[in-house]
Design a protein around this ligand. Sequence first.
Ligand code: OSB
Ligand code: MG
Length: 371
Amino acid sequence: MEIENIDLHRLKMPLKTPFETSFGRLTYKDFLVVCVNGEGQTGYGESVSLPFPIYNEETTDTVKYMLKEFFIPKLLKLDGIDHPEQLQSIFKPIRRNQMAKAAIEGAVWDLYCKKKGISLSEALGGTKKEIDVGVSIGIEPGIPEVLEKVETFINQGYKKIKLKIKPGFDLEPIAAIRDRFGSDIPLMADANSAYTLEDIHLLRQLDPFHLMMIEQPLAHDDIIDHVKLQSELSTPICLDESIHSYEDARKAIEIGACKIINIKIGRVGGLAEAVKIHDLCKSNGIPVWCGGMLEAGIGRAHNIALSSLDNFLIPGDTSASNRYWETDIVTPEVDFLRPGTLAVPDGYGIGYEINEKVMEKYRLETESFSK
Ligand code: OSB
Ligand code: MG
């Protein structure tokens, strides 16, 4: 497969409503769309980085820098490429920068699938035709706002409600949700590393609420303390920030740091690594789900294809486009097949077309690179 040139578009899309986590508040998404062109076709990838290094160390500007200086030149220097999995070894000498690697790798997967005439789901070994999805609710000004959002999303049919928590906004909103909606709604909490082992007593008080899991309660770079915490909690711990690779996942599972893993394609450096982590978890009896980074439609499409693998046993964070966007950059927009489910497209590649008009509306700049 020949790669002739690559375009980088920078977009800024306002979120319908601000999204707040324990690490900060987001009002817009500033991101890159990577277009890899070859033999008359285009593969699309999306950088999932945030404008600020508050979730991990990358930002949209660092991703752009790494793409321009390292990953794009490396790719254009190649004499074609047979399979997207080759990128792992090609990029290996460059440390970390997972979101930058994933953005360009995703575009190459899409192009590869389009050339082969298969869907991305098929190329990854996906088997599901329909996936269950949930929704992530940010930290709200107060409990009434939380309850209103939970009600809206449950009525829409979402199959998992994830509430962001932080010290001072944890037991009360969780208790209020259980009180109002009962013990049967699929509910979990995501702390984004807001606690330490000193908070064990408080976190144990979450156990009676039978949460599906608590996501990343402790430090973003920890697995050791999570082992201690998990041994004291009946609620399963799910790791997000701490898992950057297959090796991280292997070690976390080996020492008992978590019972569930959230896989984000950007956080682990691409689809090939994501599939490896999925397979590892499957063979260890660890269910996985696909996390989200407030993606626009291209990123959402990649998440859907990944979620079609069979060990994605828990509904992911890939909500419909209208959860965050007035209008999305793909057509059709990502929308429910049935309440709380998305169809896995069977068209070639990511299976969604780009809505050039919407891309144009939100585009800040474009840079092009050729051999
Ligand atoms: O921790 O999962 C997270 C958004 C930005 C950064 C980190 C996280 C999130 C979300 C939103 O929870 C998930 C989504 O709906 O895309
Ligand atoms: Mg998370």
